[in-house]
Ligand binder design. Structure first.
Ligand code: BGC
Length: 376
């Protein structure tokens, strides 16, 4: 009898293995990680390159060295079809236009807002470039989203390393900041983004990525039916220009409550302008933790967000208005995509009670975020 049970178990394992091998061997997949590259246009004589990493499951991410921008993210749905789950453009000119709302790019030196672009550090006042109603948004006029990064391909074909040195005084920030961002695809369908930076003068640093996700891969014009969970019991209250007031209200009993999964559209109308807030993540410590999920029932795609950061800007594409022509001439209407920007809190350099964002010489800024995809 025991022998029979063992044989039955063994055949089950062999059967499962065979199934897995079948999926791995289908036409759209390769057995290993690969990285390819192709030209993606020119800026003042510099060639911009698009790098595409493919994992053994066939998941793909394409990144250009202009702005370190994720241009495409191909993820399987319930039907096993790969779908592109990020908004963007088909060519470089789309990304270069003034109206590009930070599609897919790296954001810094300081993601989110700094009030009036001012802060005082070690007794010295600094003035940053202003680009958002008299405030500084996403690092200023010429942030890290608008520069050309140096790209290299680490061994293993699963990563792309981007480096950039932002000079002392760039956009008004002190210190030469040497930044490194490594995008990696894992074999369990996660896109990992590892950020690090060092400086030679104390300076605020808050790096993030600005992918606009639509897990239906274009089948749904908006993300209002996506179900979202945010592991947060508080958020940073903001004024009419989205500058934090310093208060951290409870989400309980308000439209800001995503502690259990809820459709984005369920209570969005009750939030003036839509969701564009920093949630205070409820974390166990400083290690990588799962802090948010998003699910699109129409395609079955499920996204889990893991981060080491204390905050998450959940932005529901409120300023999209149908005037941008995106990939394959798609018109991105209001709420066509959502961002989950893992970060420190907005305006922290002026808010002593918020977690510290100042990096000093000899210290190393580090931040890690994963977006992991599966099907439900
Ligand atoms: C901000 C929005 C802003 C958008 C730019 C988001 O991170 O929170 O207020 O409009 O970026 O596209």
């Amino acid at each position: 009898m025991k022998k029979q049970v063992l044989l039955w178990l063994l055949s089950g394992v062999l059967f499962l293995n065979a199934c897995q091998n079948n999926t791995i061997h289908n036409e759209t997949t390769s057995m290993t990680f690969t990285i390819s590259e192709k030209p993606f246009g020119q800026i003042n004589g510099d060639t911009i390159t698009q790098y595409t990493i493919t994992n053994p499951q066939g998941m793909q991410v394409s990144i250009i060295n202009y702005g370190g921008t994720v241009t495409n993210l191909l993820v399987p749905g319930r039907d096993h079809e790969l779908g592109d789950v990020v908004l963007g453009f088909d060519s470089l000119s789309g990304y270069l236009q003034k109206a590009n709302p930070y599609f897919g790019c790296l954001v810094g030196r300081y993601g989110n807002r700094i009030a009036k672009g001012k802060f005082i550090l070690d007794g010295q006042a600094y003035q940053l470039t202003l680009n958002d109603h008299g405030n500084t948004l996403h690092g200023g006029v010429q942030g890290l989203d608008k520069v050309i990064w140096q790209a290299s391909k680490p061994a293993g074909d699963s990563s792309l390393k981007l480096t950039y040195t932002s000079k002392d005084g760039d956009q008004g920030f002190p210190g030469n900041l040497v930044i490194e961002v490594v995008y990696t695809l894992s074999s369990d369908n996660a896109l990992q983004i590892a950020y690090s930076a060092t400086t030679d003068k104390a300076t605020p640093v808050n790096l993030t990525n600005h992918c606009y996700f639509n897990l239906s891969a274009g089948k749904q014009n908006t993300i209002l039916d996506h179900e979202v969970m945010l592991q947060a019991e508080k958020f940073t209250a903001v004024d009419s220009l989205l500058i934090p007031t310093g208060q951290l209200p409870d989400v309980k009993g308000t439209p800001m409550d995503f502690t259990t999964p809820k459709k984005i559209g369920a209570e969005l109308a009750a939030v003036k302008g839509g969701y564009d807030h920093n949630w205070v993540l409820k974390r166990k410590g400083k290690d990588l933790e799962k802090i948010a999920t998003a699910y699109d029932a129409s395609s079955g795609r499920f996204m889990e967000v893991f981060t080491t950061e204390p905050g998450l800007q959940f932005y529901t594409g409120n300023f999209l208005d149908g005037t941008l022509k995106g990939k394959q001439q798609q018109k991105y209407q209001q709420h066509a995509g959502f961002c989950m920007e893992t970060q420190h809190f907005p305006d922290a350099p002026n808010q002593p009670s918020f977690p510290n964002t100042i990096v000093k010489p000899g210290e190393s800024y580090r931040s890690l975020t994963y977006y992991r995809f599966s099907v439900k």
